[in-house]
Design a protein around this ligand. Structure first.
Ligand SMILES: [Zn+2]
Ligand SMILES: [Zn+2]
Length: 297
């Protein structure tokens, strides 16, 4: 008994010291905050580059691939490619500006932590956020917060992938993958048609050499991004299906796993519907709200 009291007293001193010696919080969580944006220069550059590459793909389609063959089906192809590009951009913006599942900072006093530990709760405490770390939450040093069900921090979306924005991230990889593969198909068809007519009229809007360079870079981009996003999309689907985040997989954390269906419904919403493919529909965030209520913040 005396030994356990001593341990608790030691913990109390340690927790008290940790809290008192911590630096002032420069990015304190505000309950009334409506917008989320991570001010990370590397992430911002990557995000701007992503938009540039999407616009570049659209330009290649509009000025090189489409003009020489002004048919109905060319119009349909351009419309499909443009729709995929718009959905990719919307998914990216939503991924970047959605709170990924932030655990409020300074949400727990040392008394509460000790009280709950005395009751036998195995709770984790984040010294950087000075708050209780809920189950499956991890601290992100770029976002400077603990994130619920954190998968990884992605510089391409300048945000963490967590329980609130994983749907948007999966859709972003899906639409980039789709537009890259579709774009490569359009280039293949363009080349096939041009060979058939000895490249006569294939430089309808831009001179031949420039069209060649633009298309070459477009093909390079298409291959690179289709490969990259195929891997990311597959990894994300596997992570959701097995209910194991990227961090849990790396740390080999053992925990009870949900069924794949429940796991997908938690990320995309219930039941399965066409809304799963829409970046305009918010994902369900009930689990986050429940945990916040439990934490009484
Ligand atoms: Zn933290
Ligand atoms: Zn992060």
């Amino acid at each position: 008994m005396s030994e356990s009291v001593e341990i608790l007293a030691g913990e109390r001193n340690h927790q008290t010291d940790t809290i008192l010696n911590s630096k002032p919080d420069k990015m304190a969580y505000r309950k009334d905050r409506k917008y989320w944006f991570v001010c990370d220069p590397c992430g911002i550059v990557c995000a701007v580059m992503t938009y540039f590459l999407i616009v570049y793909g659209e330009v290649v389609v509009l000025v090189v691939l489409a003009p020489p063959f002004p048919t109905f089906w060319t119009g349909v192809s351009v419309a499909i490619f443009t729709t995929l590009a718009v959905l990719a951009v919307v998914s990216h913006v939503k991924s970047m500006t959605t709170d990924p599942g932030v655990v409020p900072r300074e949400s727990s006093s040392e008394e509460e932590v000790l009280e709950r530990r005395q009751k036998g709760d195995e709770i984790r405490f984040c010294k950087k956020c000075r708050s209780i770390k809920p189950d499956r939450a991890h601290h992100c040093s770029t976002c400077e917060h603990c994130i619920q069900r954190m998968d990884h921090h992605c510089p391409w979306i300048n945000n963490c992938v967590g329980e609130n924005n994983q749907k948007f991230f999966v859709l972003f990889t899906f639409y980039i993958m789709s537009m890259s593969i579709f774009g490569l198909g359009m280039v293949g068809l363009f080349f096939f048609r041009c060979v058939g007519q000895n490249f006569q009229g294939c430089d309808a809007l831009v001179p031949g050499p420039l069209a060649f360079i633009l298309t070459l870079f477009g093909v390079f981009e298409g291959f690179l991004f289709s490969l990259f996003t195929c891997i990311m999309f597959g990894t994300q689907i596997h992570a959701i299906a097995t209910d194991e985040t990227g961090i849990e997989s790396l740390k080999k954390e053992n925990r009870d796993q949900k069924g794949w269906r429940q796991s997908f419904e938690e990320i995309f919403g219930s039941p399965l519907s066409v809304k799963w493919l829409s970046p305009f529909t918010p994902p369900p965030n009930a689990p986050l709200l429940r945990r916040r209520l439990l934490l009484n913040v």
